[in-house]
Design a protein around this ligand. Structure first.
Ligand SMILES: Cc1cc2nc3c(=O)[nH]c(=O)nc-3n(C[C@H](O)[C@H](O)[C@H](O)COP(=O)(O)O)c2cc1C
Length: 178
């Protein structure tokens, strides 16, 4: 489980700028432009050399990325909608086009160009990805509203046990249900 209470803040992708990144053939970031750094909340230096799943959001089904890599391995362009995780646990949605970078006919890297999405498409893709995660991974996305004093107790306990609030909530659920 992922801490939910930091994850509701959306960063809006500007329509006049492109988020650009390139990776090596294993998906490690080799280039990130300033817009990518700004939108994801990282410094460019923090992104270079990291696996691109540094911005992977837990709402994204595994099968989407499986298809992405299979498409790239066939030498084709993958186009799709991605919800990404910011460094501060917020999120941003993009429409992405990922494809190979060739030098003298040889595949050397992959590149991704991203554009903003409208709110209707974001809502539609959230529903589709929720259903996919449910079908493929048996995971349901749940939003929990808790009294503030309950949240405080969980956070205090997490701090004392040097665990994450998610771990504590999982423990309580496991103890109660199983
Ligand atoms: C050029 C390129 C760009 C990518 N961009 C993203 C991205 O913005 N967000 C993301 O979650 N995965 C992106 N990926 C896919 C990741 O490499 C990775 O497969 C994905 O995050 C799933 O992580 P996992 O394999 O650890 O489950 C990109 C891959 C490539 C080749």
């Amino acid at each position: 489980m992922q801490t939910t209470y930091q994850m509701f803040t959306e960063t809006i992708v500007p329509s006049d700028e492109l988020i650009v990144s390139r990776t090596d053939l294993n998906g490690k970031i080799t280039y990130a432009n300033e817009t990518f750094a700004q939108i994801s909340g990282y410094e460019i230096d923090e992104l270079i050399g990291k696996p691109h799943n540094i911005v992977r959001h837990p709402d994204m089904p595994h099968s989407v990325f499986k298809t992405l890599w299979e498409t790239l391995e066939r030498g084709e362009m993958w186009k799709g909608y991605v919800k990404n995780l910011r460094k501060d646990d917020g999120y941003y949605w993009v429409y992405a086009e990922v494809s190979g970078v060739y030098k003298e006919g040889v595949l050397v890297e992959y590149k991704s160009l991203r554009a903003p999405m409208d709110d209707e498409m974001k809502a539609k893709m959230q529903r589709i990805y929720d259903e996919l995660k449910n079908k493929e991974e048996n995971i349901s996305r749940a939003v929990i509203y808790m009294q503030s004093d309950v949240v405080e107790k969980i956070e205090k306990l997490a701090h004392e046990k040097k665990r994450s609030p998610d771990d504590i909530i999982n423990e309580i659920l496991n103890d109660t249900l199983f």
